[in-house]
Design a protein around this ligand. Structure first.
Ligand code: HC1
Length: 569
């Protein structure tokens, strides 16, 4: 440990700490922009400058290491002036369209400008005039709002191992761009949205589909239904001024009804359906010599990644569609028939924690109902904005139940939203299907938690043990796929989710900047499971009815047509 003094307070910190980390440990707020606690430090923006006694000039605290006996001042006239100048220089060529920016009131640059006391833009610099990169279904990049912090570059390369972005050019012309300045639709982008999740400004945001949904809601000829993903219920509250990790399932349903949706359904329903189909596929591969390890296919950022980077391994992917797309196909066929509504009049909306879900819904093959199965995908952030626009006092809403039958889901369905959850949900059902016995303990602690790659062995029945692995983030997916290529992956089943922590850390969730906050969402997901009346997918009565009255059996002909898909090399 090293002893240092910051603003007159003494503190002992690990000798590998930076001055910023030491200050934060004392609760001293130092403004930062290029710094992100989960990414490598860069020291690019200089807004975190502090005074270190004996140093020749002010130092960037995010990269400056502590030393024994160091004395630091974070609040001197020189520090305040320097930080203000840095922010003023950033604003000199930044568009002044805060009021119409998607990140208005949620922009780190805006907040810091307010904190350091910028009251006028003293330097009226040359503005940039780059075209919008908006030709893909998921993300919009506006380089004019980019402050060159490099957080998107680091998230895409370190966290995701995808390496779409890099710096280009010099001086005033420096930009952050995909290769050859191409649009995201023309490069190997997975649309996971982790770049948007770390962007401090409105330079990378989700494509906003709220106007199209408002239009559908005000069209009296349309029957507008909505499904809500497992991880939305533990994060939407954050967008509406409730504490991080609040479980807002009932309020979310109430808000969606207030917005005018005709039916509010739950993606947990189709997560249970996925378990039936994917679990049966696993058993089929285990017993009939199919390709192993079988890998989950519900995270669309992950599916894009394997298609783009490891197409030779595509036959490892389960052919089961994601719960979002199973829901879409069932809604415009089974539900339409049951409710006596022409599917052409149904508008199917989903609320997802994920930007890649927009691209998934737009895939040309996702039309097994004869129509686009899911018409619009909104992120958790977009739903938050709609609730605000409607003037709904979210905190005061009375909790409301999902509609039946597509709103009936199990605890196994809800844990899809946390890394390890799909595996745990699958094991709860596969053990029953293989052994005929119900599990005594359905909570598989070994597959839970934030470790990047987890492994476990589970006895399915006497003499048959399944070896499973779980990876979250695409950088960890890469490790797993390299292992398969090298013939070193002796697993039967692998779960891969593109985002850190699984969908709870999705690129469309309210923006958070710490692993602790993500953990709170995960804890909330497991709490939702513990409180569920039904905890295993095979106990969901609405799914039983779906098979008994309409689908037939898992992996049957109708299932094959509606619930399974193929991939692109
Ligand atoms: Fe997910 Fe899934 S868990 S992919 O993260 O399988 O987005 O929440 O809805 O489809 O169920 C996302 C979450 C989500 C699907 C389910």
């Amino acid at each position: 440990m090293v002893n240092i003094t910051i603003d007159g307070q003494q503190v002992a910190v690990p000798k590998t700490s930076t001055v910023l980390e030491a200050a934060l440990s004392l609760g001293i707020k130092v403004p930062t922009l290029c710094y992100h606690p989960e990414l490598r430090v860069e020291g690019a923006c200089r807004v975190c400058m502090v005074e270190v006694q004996g140093a020749r000039s002010l130092v960037a605290s995010c990269v400056y290491p502590v030393n024994e006996g160091m004395v630091v001042h974070t609040n001197t006239a020189a520090v305040r002036e320097a930080r203000k100048s840095v922010v003023e220089l950033l604003l000199a060529n930044h568009p002044t369209e805060c009021l119409s920016c998607q990140r208005n009131l949620n922009c780190e640059l805006q907040n810091i400008a307010a904190d350091v006391g910028v009251r006028e833009i003293r330097f009226d610099g040359e503005k940039k005039n780059y075209p919008l990169d908006d030709k893909n279904p998921s993300l919009v990049r506006d380089q004019n709002k980019c402050i060159l912090c490099g957080r998107c570059i680091r998230a895409c390369s370190e966290r995701q191992g995808v390496h779409v972005y890099s710096f280009a050019n010099r001086g005033f012309n420096t930009t952050v761009v995909p290769a050859f300045s191409l649009g995201l639709d023309q490069v190997a982008c997975t649309f996971c949205g982790q770049c948007a999740a770390v962007c401090p400004t409105g330079a990378i945001v989700e494509k906003d589909d709220t106007e199209a949904v408002w239009a559908a809601l005000s069209d009296p000829k349309k029957h507008v239904i909505v499904q809500t993903a497992p991880a939305v219920r533990v994060a939407l509250g954050e967008a509406l001024d409730l504490p991080n990790g609040s479980i807002v399932t009932g309020k979310m349903v109430a808000a969606l009804k207030r917005l005018g949706f005709d039916k509010v359904f739950d993606t947990n329903f189709s997560a249970d359906l996925t378990i039936w189909e994917e679990g049966s596929e696993l058993i089929d591969r285990l017993t009939n010599g199919g390709k192993l390890p079988m890998i989950t296919s519900c995270s669309p950022g992950w599916v894009n990644f394997i298609e783009l980077k490891y197409p030779d391994l595509l036959d490892h992917l389960s052919t089961a569609k994601s719960p979002q797309q199973m829901f879409g196909a069932v809604a415009k066929t089974y539900y339409a028939e049951k409710a006596g509504i022409d599917p052409k009049d149904i508008v199917s909306v989903s609320i997802m924690p994920c930007t890649a879900k927009k691209a998934e819904a737009a895939r040309p093959e996702m039309n097994s109902s004869g129509y686009q199965d899911v018409d619009y995908v909104l992120t958790t952030r977009e739903l938050g904005r709609m609730v605000r626009a409607a003037g709904i006092n979210f905190a005061k809403l009375t909790e409301t139940e999902f509609d039946a039958p597509l709103g009936i889901g199990s605890g196994a369905g809800v844990i899809f939203g946390a890394t390890g959850g799909v595996t745990e949900a699958a094991l709860r059902t596969v053990v029953k299907l293989v052994s005929g016995k119900e599990l005594d303990n359905i909570e598989f602690e070994a597959v839970r938690g934030m470790t990047g790659i987890k492994e476990a062995s589970v006895q399915l029945k006497e003499g048959l043990t399944a070896k499973v692995a779980i990876a979250h983030t695409l950088a960890n997916a890469r490790v797993m796929l390299d292992k398969i290529r090298a013939g070193e992956a002796d697993y039967h089943f692998i779960e891969i989710m593109a985002c850190p922590g699984g969908c709870s850390g999705g690129g469309g969730q309210p923006i958070i900047t710490s692993a602790e906050k993500r953990q709170k969402r995960m804890d909330a997901i497991y709490e939702c499971d513990r409180c569920s009346e039904i905890r295993k997918s095979h106990d969901n009565p609405a799914i039983k009815e779906l098979y008994d009255t309409w689908l037939g059996k898992p992996l049957g002909e109708k299932s094959h047509h509606l619930l399974h898909t193929h991939y692109h090399k």
